[in-house]
Unconditional design. Structure first.
Lengths: 211, 211
DNA sequence: GAATTGTTCCATCAGTTGATGGAGACGATG
DNA sequence: CATCGTCTCCATCAACTGATGGAACAATTC
């Protein structure tokens, strides 16, 4: 029952965990093909073969990374849900945007990896991601956009995708956008949150009121 | 004055143009590191060295591709502007969303490459993109969000970035999202356009009315 | 302390990748 | 026909990449 991933999470100082965390960052920065096992090993400060000993081949390590970030995302959603439960929609969205973006700006590799999975093809055939639909259902429920998480319409799923990706996109593009707009980090983050609220809240609130 | 790019555009059947167009697709699908010169050459049906003869090294070809898609984007914006000129804001946005998304769904490699440039690092140092700010200014002006294209506030730039990327994101993620939602192409595209309007129009229209 | 197990590194391999030099093919020009 | 410039391919290189076997070492168990 104790998967390698659980072991790594239990002891963050273990070699397994150190490799996993570095792999998250490197895969997030350069993508699957852009990252090499040597880059990861070098950054950890160990030999390549140590990577292979702990995580098997490159694709397996990548898969572990994906599972790891999905785990983090779910945990984040749980926290957000706990805070916003029972509040009116506009407040729910306001807080959810703040919390989610703040967390992702601290762990930008999550956004990078999510986006990479969305549209960068791997040369080998890709594994279908079964966790994203689940996460979307969770959001739909906690946002009050669907009564039962089993029956989330495509309609609603699309809107949640658009919402999530607006956030990811500003996190992943930070370097590019900040360079372009010549902004420091803090004002950039503040402006991102403002922009997200500007875009997202009117749409969902007015649609909610119309019902 | 006749750059290689202009030559290629003038004669679409030339080897230069055939390589460029294939490179657009392959770089768009797999990213810079995921695409190999051999993949591109093979798809064109020529030897690798023919690639190098016409476009120089891999990075140069990639750069030509980026310039090429920026050129297409500007052309598209010009067309959109011609159609929406003088209409009220909500109509402008409605039409711009339809036209832009329809075009990008026909040329998805544009969206892919734009997004790739935003957040995928190249192992070599990246070249700063000087064209994106210009495109954003154009949009701001044609949307009526800034009086002078010289003085577009970061505020407005962020909103336009968010808008553009919402579109790109649904185009690039088509395969992933359609697989997830189990939708055919046409209804997917229709639903994307509906979702984009749902999200974008209320925000901009209510902000416009408030002024 | 001996045996077993777990962990790390060194050396190395085969396949891939970016890149080039040179030979030949082709058409235009004289 | 001869010559020249343009274009394409074949052969090949060095560097890089994913991957592995085995030696060395450390920790654990008996």
């Amino acid at each position: 029952m104790a998967s390698p991933l659980e072991k790594a999470r239990k002891d963050p100082d273990s070699m397994k965990a150190r490799i996993l965390n570095t792999a998250r960052r490197v895969f997030g920065e350069y993508g699957f093909h852009g990252a090499t096992t040597r880059m990861i090993a070098e950054e950890v400060g160990v030999d390549i073969s140590t990577l292979y000993y702990h995580w098997g081949e490159k694709g397996d390590l990548y898969e572990a990374v994906i599972l790891d970030i999905n785990h983090d995302l779910k945990q984040l959603l749980g926290q957000v849900e706990g805070v916003i439960h029972g509040l009116p929609l506009d407040r729910r969205m306001d807080i959810a945007i703040d919390m989610t973006s703040a967390y992702l700006f601290e762990h930008p590799e999550i956004s990078n990896l999510v986006l990479f999975r969305y549209f960068a093809k791997t040369r080998d055939e890709a594994v279908l991601d079964f966790q994203v639909p689940e996460i979307i259902s969770d959001i739909a429920r906690s946002m009050g956009l669907a009564r039962d998480k089993r029956q989330v319409s495509n309609h609603v799923s699309m809107r949640i995708l658009a919402m999530m990706n607006s956030i990811h996109h500003f996190v992943s593009g930070e370097e590019f956008f900040r360079g372009m707009l010549k902004m420091a980090r803090e004002p950039y983050i503040a402006m991102v949150q403002e922009t997200l609220k500007f875009m997202l809240i009117p749409a969902f609130v007015s649609s909610d009121a119309a019902e």
